[in-house]
Design a protein around this ligand. Structure first.
Ligand SMILES: NC(=O)c1ccc[n+]([C@@H]2O[C@H](COP(=O)([O-])OP(=O)(O)OC[C@H]3O[C@@H](n4cnc5c(N)ncnc54)[C@H](OP(=O)(O)O)[C@@H]3O)[C@@H](O)[C@H]2O)c1
Length: 338
């Protein structure tokens, strides 16, 4: 079926950053075999959108590109081979190529592989659903990647989360609590630190406090840190290694704090510590569906929901990216349609 309409979209014409995005009209995307066309209602931002727009990301899609990897929308057309959704369904999007290699959700319409669509979890709002998949799937991989087959760490293990107020941070705190872990959260903001305690973090520290290592060691004694979900990297990375217990691991998710200035591999020797990258792009559509079901079940079991920091109008996408840079408390969303 051919869609002849026009849609408004935030177009990326160059790799000069999100400040250069342009709101304009383009022809509707055409759903290919196995795809559904969505009328996008809400889109969510991720730091990777801004990295991609600066050419600091592996994907280099053809221009003009449309960013946006997360969102919810109503199915308005389906192409051949689509059986799991139908016209009229309201659906969420699990991480796929949308917004990465092909046009994404910062647009009134988006063509999405049906295998990456999911229904709105029972009792969840569209806002809660729109921003959750990418960061929760990332956090799930960061928490479970160290065993084969992948499984949560043992109950009572200690998890430290850096950048805990952000999208992946909040997801890691909530999933960590669902696994019965002792959760230490780092946030530069006292206000966000209080919110992290309300979400269940057992201890909250500022990464900037003097004697951070001593303070965390004293709070945890006699335990030490078993697993770090690191969203920040930067100069503090070596302190994370120093705080690990025997066999402790670091799941490297992000780089909000920049690169690690100096790293001595000898720091890994004696306590057999391990560092491993996380790549949310590695999920197959089937694996993402399985993990997402588990994530929703765990959040429902905890009685918790994904956290929304702010919802901005479609016209204010650049301000929304600005909010992301400041350090949000949860997810930054854009309302594409009322
Ligand atoms: N590997 C993957 O597959 C994957 C998947 C998703 C995301 N990521 C990456 O993971 C990182 C976090 O993503 P996110 O969605 O959680 O981002 P986010 O929502 O923007 O949150 C990042 C958090 O890190 C802290 N932070 C930001 N800048 C900082 C700085 N310069 N120094 C110290 N702390 C800083 C802030 O917390 P406070 O203000 O509370 O300190 C902020 O809330 C990003 O780099 C993102 O690109 C990677």
């Amino acid at each position: 079926m051919v869609h002849n309409g026009q849609m408004r979209a935030w177009l990326m014409d160059s790799y000069d950053g999100v400040e250069k995005l342009r709101l304009d009209e383009v022809p509707d995307p055409q759903p290919g075999p196995g795809q559904a066309l969505l009328q996008v209602k809400l889109a969510a931002l991720n730091p990777a959108d801004a990295f991609l727009a600066q050419g600091m990301y592996p994907a280099k899609p053809p221009l003009p590109h449309i960013l946006g990897r997360d969102g919810v929308g109503e199915v308005i057309a389906v192409a051949s081979g689509v059986e799991n959704v139908k016209v009229g369904d309201t659906v969420g999007i699990l991480r796929c190529d949308a917004g990465v290699e092909v046009w994404g959700t910062l647009a009134e319409k988006a063509a999405i592989p049906a295998a990456s669509l999911t229904s709105i979890p029972q009792g969840w709002s569209l806002e809660e659903t729109a921003g959750a998949p990418l960061v929760f799937l990332t956090a799930w991989q960061a928490l479970t990647q160290w065993t084969d087959p992948h499984a949560p760490p043992a109950t009572g293990s200690v998890l430290l989360v850096t950048g805990a107020s952000g999208g992946v941070g909040v997801a890691s705190v909530l999933l960590g609590k669902s696994m019965g872990l002792v959760v230490v959260a780092l946030s530069r903001s006292q206000e966000k630190g209080e919110k992290l305690k309300q979400l269940g973090a057992d201890f909250v520290f500022s990464p900037d406090m003097p004697n951070l290592r001593k303070a965390i060691a004293a709070a945890l004694f006699p335990k030490r840190i078993d697993l770090v979900v690191d969203n920040v990297a930067g100069p503090a990375f070596n302190d994370l290694i120093a705080m690990l217990g025997y066999g402790g691991r670091i799941s490297v998710v992000g780089r909000s704090g920049g690169s690690v200035p100096e790293f001595n591999t000898a720091t890994l020797f004696f306590r057999r510590n391990r560092i491993g990258g996380v790549a949310v792009a590695d999920y197959t559509p089937q694996a993402a569906q399985t993990a997402w079901k588990e994530i929703v079940g765990r959040l429902d079991g905890l009685g918790r929901r994904p956290v929304t920091d702010a919802i901005l109008p479609f016209e204010q996408v650049k301000q929304a990216f600005g909010r992301l840079t400041e350090g949000p408390m949860g997810k930054v969303l854009v309302r594409v349609a009322p």
